[in-house]
Unconditional design. Sequence first.
Length: 322
Amino acid sequence: MSAEAVLKKDANANTVDFTAPAALASGQIIQLPDGRAGVVAGLVGFAAGEVATAMVSGQFTVAKTASVVGLDGDQAYWDRSANTATPLQATAGADFKLGVFVGDAASADADCVVDLNVSPKYVVSLRDGDAFTSAVVLTAGTPAVTPIVGGVKMTFSATAEAQKCDILSDKSIPVDVPFIVEGKAAIFDIGDDAALDINLGVANATHATDADSITESCFLHLDGTALSILAESDDGTTEVAATDTTVDAVDDTYFDFRIDCRDLEDVKLYVNAVRVLSTSTFKLDAATGPLKLLAHIEKTSDNTTADVRVSHFAIRATDIAA
């Protein structure tokens, strides 16, 4: 009786063999049929139709997209059109996951190191199904927190009353562990009155009416009627008031953000992989925590509507500070 399985390649091997669909150069990055990234092996490359070999694990130095920052452990994508690694996945095109950044890649760096086909691991993640608590405040209107594919939608009704919607992660992170907050959000309705406030970030609690009253927090902040993205922090001792990052959200378009809390004496914020307000010092070093993910929208007694969507919200922890 023949064996049910015959070893073709050792399970620990980090290469995949395939028929080259076209001429492939040594070191070329390609996407394999199972979706993984591969780096063409060998010294001379392969001609079309030859049995080729690609490496599917290991750390590689690759070109990086100009003017963006990749934080240590960030997901890296391969931009097919530019042949560079980037922390931002385009909504159009066929960019694919490359791995994770090894070490911080600065804006000016031409190259970066990527750990091939590795994905970030999160302490808490909205996409991974971790529990979040919502507490909707209303009198007669219909504000709501609604699940959408991959995330949530928070909306206000056109009712002249105080309303609040939020999502607060059940899991938390202690302040003595370095961590990075990752998020992806979009404003589909910014409202028509400054009575509306939007906050996205990390905090030690939520609040029924006023996120500014939360004692420990670091937020990206938007005011009703304006798509300007502001930033603020408060650790119970030092408060940095909402300051314009000079970056604007685009209506109905998701933006990526990072809150780098590996150094609580100098928390760094990024919008679409570009650091904002680098001359401001956001602080959480006096916070006692623990801290949780919080997306929070509120309005005072006004009939303004709102529609805020969050499709990725996560905390990545590390024992290695910045």
